[in-house]
Design a protein around this ligand. Structure first.
Ligand SMILES: Nc1ncnc2c1ncn2[C@@H]1O[C@H](COP(=O)(O)OP(=O)(O)O)[C@@H](O)[C@H]1O
Ligand SMILES: [Mg+2]
Length: 505
């Protein structure tokens, strides 16, 4: 006889149903798992055997075969322990064999029978809900599963014994409640930044239109400080975005305590990050920083220190809004629509261009350093500015600057204008000017005659590419949106051009 328990395999952020089939047949004692298990799944039999013994059950000396179907889908991770154990318990009569047929099961087992937490509970619970199934998950993941819906059946036991008791109806474990939902608050505030009027203005434009931005300046100028304050002026995540962000975090095992928040992600990977860490992949497929920054900000500090290969690996997700990772026999896609903010020193010594400073290696110092970032990568950054150091005199003399709340209000209004315009053009999947395609941008950001002349002059003089032309128009559209005007004029185009050509690169 074959007992069956349903669980999931993760393909990107999608949870695909997997059938765990358990057969206990006469023959020489053996325990085999088939169906493309990875190492963690193959080791599962040792944990399952130990956990069952610790719970007072022993495996019969028979031939045990576990098949994970569909057999051609690779199975990764440790969450197959619990479904396998439950299948065996059903096969040997320790729980009614039909007890879990309406549930999706996932969980890792410790040797003493405890059920340890696993990643991916939220997408699994959502998949369960859409198949009209309940979910059995580790106790620690219960609050996360509860986000999937109010009427989904959830059993979140602490150990195998508690689960067996619940299924037999002896001692019911309570349904977990959804973890706290936290509002975006206590973020670092723009009001703490003195001076840097240009950088603040450009940060506001970046926030309003979702544009990528690069800051070049000496150490201590406040570049990292400015970048960290971008989330505080971005509008909070809407429920749909919040769900996507939380699903990616859940898969990556970063949804601590099942807490979800409407604050936009802000990721700042170290410059030693590998390709797998940044774009995803690795031994066990996992979303990279670009996906964890989905719907939020990816901050690359000390840009030229990143490996050039890794930076060029970012070009594809920057363009496509997702990453595709090829595996032996599957292709895994994670969403990765993020806003890129980068910061760098002008040269290795950090002070090139500062009045009174000469690098020991002369102009080559700055050229070599900046040359480490490729042209095609830079081409995708619309706003490039110099951020000069603020002197102590400037810091002391200044009155308090505008707070994030005041700036966020303007950003919100500018975003609403964009949203309304996109809707008027029948477009629902684009929310910011930065995400608009060339066709659309020519429609919504048509420059007037004088602005056209300016663009032609600039493109002759600085040999702007076709992509640069559209990107200048996008930024001009955002500048006009911040100003609350519909028609793009020369001053908007001029300002947009200055950010494209302004910095030293
Ligand atoms: N414009 C500024 N206003 C207020 N404090 C500043 C400013 N610029 C720099 N600082 C101070 O200098 C420190 C270093 O700033 P940081 O953002 O790390 O510089 P960078 O990233 O450009 O090297 C900050 O923690 C802050 O104390
Ligand atoms: Mg810094």
């Amino acid at each position: 006889m074959v007992t069956r328990v349903q669980t999931v395999a993760f393909l990107g952020i999608d949870a695909v149903l997997v059938d765990v089939q358990v057969q206990v047949a006469p023959g020489l004692p053996a325990f085999n798992i088939v169906g493309l298990p990875d190492k963690a799944v193959a080791e599962s039999k040792e944990r399952v055997r130990a956990a069952l013994i610790a719970s007072g059950l022993s495996l019969p000396p028979k031939r045990i075969t576990i098949n994970l179907a569909p057999a051609d889908l690779p199975k990764e991770g440790s969450h197959y322990d619990l479904p396998i154990a439950l299948g065996l318990m059903g096969a040997i009569g320790a729980v009614p064999s039909d007890a879990v047929q309406n549930f999706l099961v996932l969980g890792e087992l410790a040797l003493d029978g405890r059920i340890s937490s696993v990643s991916g509970t939220l997408p699994a619970a959502i998949a369960a809900n859409s198949h009209q199934l309940g979910i059995i998950c580790p106790e620690a993941c219960g609050p996360e599963a509860a986000w999937a819906g109010e009427d989904i059946d959830i059993i979140a036991p602490a150990n195998l014994l508690a689960l067996a008791n619940h299924l037999a109806g002896h001692q019911l474990s309570p349904r977990p409640v959804a973890a706290r939902y936290s509002k975006a608050e206590n973020m670092p505030d723009l009001g703490e930044i003195r001076g840097q009027e240009l950088a603040r203005r450009v940060l506001e434009i970046a926030a309003a239109g979702g544009h990528n931005m690069l800051m070049i300046g000496p150490p201590g100028a406040g570049k990292s400080m400015l970048a960290a304050r971008l989330p505080s002026i971005l509008p909070p995540l809407n429920p749909r975005e919040m769900l996507d962000v939380s699903m990616i975090r859940s898969i990556a095992g970063e949804l601590a305590g099942g807490q979800i928040s409407d604050q936009r992600p802000f990721r700042c990977p170290h410059h030693s990050a590998s390709m797998a860490a940044l774009v995803g992949g690795g031994l066990k497929v996992r979303p990279g920083e670009v996906s964890l920054a989905h719907n939020g900000v990816l901050f690359l500090d000390e840009l030229p220190e990143f490996s050039p290969r890794v930076l060029d690996g970012l070009r594809q997700p920057l363009e496509a809004g997702e990453t595709s990772i090829a595996r032996a026999n599957a292709r895994v896609t994670y969403p990765a629509r993020f806003q890129l903010i980068a910061a760098m020193n002008p040269c290795k010594c950090g002070l090139a261009g500062t009045p009174g400073h000469t690098c020991r290696r002369g102009d080559r110092c700055a050229d070599d350093y900046q040359g480490r970032v490729s042209g095609p990568f830079l081409d995708r950054i619309d706003l490039r500015i110099d951020v000069p150091a603020v002197s102590a005199r400037d810091m002391i003399g200044r009155s308090k600057a505008e707070t994030s709340k005041q700036v966020a209000k303007r950003v919100e209004i500018a975003r609403q204008r964009q949203q309304k315009r996109f809707l008027a053009h029948g477009i629902t999947n684009i929310h910011t000017n930065a995400a608009a395609n060339p066709d659309l941008i020519e429609k919504i950001a048509a420059p007037d005659k004088v602005s056209q002349d300016l663009l032609v002059q600039a493109s002759d003089r600085f040999s702007l590419s076709a992509r640069a032309y559209h990107r200048v128009l996008k930024v001009a559209r955002t500048i006009a949106d911040l100003a609350g005007v519909e028609k793009i004029s020369r001053s908007h185009v001029a300002e947009a051009l200055s950010y494209r050509l302004g910095a030293r690169t």
